[in-house]
Ligand binder design. Structure first.
Ligand SMILES: Cc1cc2nc3c(=O)[nH]c(=O)nc-3n(C[C@H](O)[C@H](O)[C@H](O)COP(=O)(O)OP(=O)(O)OC[C@H]3O[C@@H](n4cnc5c(N)ncnc54)[C@H](O)[C@@H]3O)c2cc1C
Length: 300
């Protein structure tokens, strides 16, 4: 990262040397040397365009709830748009930086049904768009009416989702694109019933997931027709520990940080789990979390 900053970046709010332990739910990782936090679409666009022009490599950060960061990152972007969700009839519009759980709860308060499944999925709306986040047989694309994003060159696009753009924990919003916001189309519902469903989903998570310890949600994708958590459990790996990183005794597909874990310990534990599951079941587990290593930065 050149210093002084290119002029186009200097006026965008930014911070220096922020530890990823503070930017991610797992609480590990190196340092984010420059964290840019635009408060408007125009600032986000200026960032993307300047990076494209200068050939700067950068990372897109949301709520950090699906990340294992292995080292330092020179340059990252995190949206801080101040807008709140806006209702228009059965549609709800929200900026990408808004909290995903907060959006689900806002919909419930408004008596709009369809986002209850999201009431326990942390992170930002933008991260949920990128990941096509989902639970209980539902996922974001099921309710997505329109979405806005910047291309890797900084061009602003607004469109309705098309087939193939959102799949299981994948979307077109990778490769340097920046999700800016969305509009979800929901259904009229009885507020009491919506809230009861939200409570039910949250209770189920509270009893099955180790939410009292720092974690990054499910670490491995479910192999087709199988449960990664069950495979890990059947391989006898619950409670397996490397330093302060542990396979949760409560849920095999959650790795938890007991407080002083390092990224290297999580990397070692994930590798160990994959090896043991391969040996026990002949199944190759693929990470559901995104792993940030210094070598695969987005460069334009
Ligand atoms: C306790 C717990 C439970 C969880 N349960 C679930 C679950 O049930 N279902 C599920 O799907 N996930 C679950 N997750 C994983 C995680 O919450 C989701 O994947 C979430 O949508 C990630 O959002 P984020 O903002 O934290 O993204 P981050 O972790 O910050 O980033 C994830 C990816 O999204 C990209 N990204 C972030 N913001 C943007 C943007 N504005 N534009 C483009 N790309 C962007 C990042 O570059 C990165 O590639 C869980 C996690 C935890 C900790």
């Amino acid at each position: 990262m050149p210093f002084p900053l290119p002029d186009a970046l200097a006026s965008i709010p930014h911070r220096r040397d922020v530890p990823f332990a503070r930017l991610t739910t797992l609480g590990v990782g190196g340092i984010c040397r420059w964290l840019f936090e635009p408060v408007s679409v125009a600032q986000a666009q200026a960032f993307v365009r300047a990076c494209a022009r200068e050939g700067l490599a950068w990372r897109m950060l949301g709520g950090g709830s699906n990340l294992v960061v292995l080292g330092d990152v020179d340059l990252a972007l995190r949206l801080r748009f101040p807008e709140e969700p806006r209702r228009a009839g059965l549609e709800l519009e929200a900026p990408a930086s808004f909290g995903h759980i907060k959006l689900s709860l806002a919909a419930a308060d408004l008596g709009l049904a369809g986002l209850e499944y999201a009431s326990g999925i942390p992170g930002s709306v933008g991260g949920a768009m990128h990941m096509n986040a989902g639970a209980y047989g539902r996922e974001l694309v099921d309710v997505l009416a329109r979405y806005q994003f910047l291309t890797a060159e900084g061009e602003l696009v607004e469109k309705a989702p098309e087939p193939g753009e959102f799949r299981y924990r994948w979307s077109v919003l990778g490769g340097g694109r920046v999700a800016l916001g969305l509009t979800v189309r929901l259904a009229e519902g009885d507020p009491d019933r919506i809230r009861a469903l939200v409570e039910d989903y949250r209770r189920r998570r509270g009893t099955s997931q180790p939410l009292h310890k720092r974690n990054a949600g499910c670490i491995f994708k479910n192999p087709p027709g199988q449960s990664a958590g069950r495979l890990i459990d059947q391989a006898g790996l619950k409670g397996l520990r490397v330093g302060d990183a542990e396979v949760s005794p409560d849920h095999g597909n959650f790795l938890v940080n007991h407080g002083a874990a390092t990224a290297a310990q999580f990397a070692e534990l994930m590798a160990l789990v994959r090896t043991r599951v391969r040996e026990a079941h002949g199944v190759e587990l693929e990470p559901e979390v995104e792993i940030w290593a210094a070598t695969d930065m987005i460069t334009r």
